[in-house]
Design a protein around this ligand. Sequence first.
Ligand code: PLP
Ligand code: ZN
Length: 415
Amino acid sequence: MQTTSLIKSSPNIKGLACRDCGKFFEISLNHACDECFGALDVIYDFEKAKPSKDRIALREKNMWRYRELLPFDPVDAIYDIQAGYTPLIKAKKLGEKLGLKELYIKNDSVNPTFSFKDRPAAVGVNAAIHFGLDTVGCASTGNLASATAAYAARAGLNCLVFVPANTERTKVAQARAYGAKLIEVDGTYDDVNRLVSQAADLYNIGVVNVNLRPYYVEGSKTLAFEVAEQMNWEAPDAFIVPTASGAMFNAICRGFEELRQLNLINEEPSNPIVAQAEGCNPIVKAFKKNSDHIEVIEKPKTIALSLAIGNPGDGVYVLKRLKKKGFAEDASDDEIVEGICLLAKYEGIFTEPAGGVVIAVLKKLVDEGKIDRSDKVVCYITGNGLKTSEVISDKLESVTLIKPNLKELERVING
Ligand SMILES: Cc1ncc(COP(=O)(O)O)c(C=O)c1O
Ligand SMILES: [Zn+2]
């Protein structure tokens, strides 16, 4: 399949820079530094970029309203399915229940494919077109597969998505419905990622979270931009991010940093928090040991399958950030289910286990005094409960089956 138009990169981009040694690269399919193997990040010219609050306010309510700080400009007819500008909800009831004055839920589970992954996939797939590739793909724990497949469908690209064989059936069906070729791998996410990294060059695939990763991660910065704008250009004091590879946490931190550099907010959040599942907690473990390096979890074991990454690609960068400020905490499977139910019962939001991890960690850190009860706290809820309903179905009150008559109904209602 051939794409018709090549997408130009934004004129605000200076190039790519190594996150470790700072070496500069021209915009290219490079994703790792040839000197030190560090990750490469897109660097902007803030003299040129300069978005204004007024100009942003006039734009369409989707992630591209922050176009000056993204690698591509929608004026260039990019391919889009309208991800972003999801609701920021003041969670009054849940806040009261947990003893917090100002709790907010960033409900990113209502994106077009029902997870935050639409944001990075949006930029990654447009980057593939920019580089003239006609096939895109990803290594996924489930949600990225659908996001990549949906954007590929929109753009008319071939799509090959790879997931571990234990991925939830709803996620697999969703990705396939968009027309992607879905390959299940008998192994962990890390096995999948290794295989896909080898396949990327061999088969000339634009793998959004491998060779297109510098662009892909940019999309998730919009999670910081939106929260700041929705809080009237203020940052929260604390925010909690469900974390697997660490890419989203890093991107959100970078988003707030860029807003501060551009004077769009006065202060960055003082308490960024990483939330992981207890059965796959390599970042939390390293944080608690005050270690600079990650010990890989070979066999993750958690109901939060979307967070089951034992060897987090951005883990060391997350640890570096946590050295300066913030916390990392984990949650057991039972706590995750409790977290899902709390958010559903108190705020009417049904999340997948990744969101349950966030609420469980919120509860723990408030109880331990690591989150101040008077702080403005934002919980990033990044995936939809409908994708994983089997996780909680058998943990809920049983369903009563009756014959269609009032006598039987009476028995149920009055016990
Ligand atoms: C719903 C959800 N939340 C959070 C994450 C973690 O994202 P990251 O790998 O960027 O840390 C994922 C990853 O797949 C996810 O699907
Ligand atoms: Zn380097």
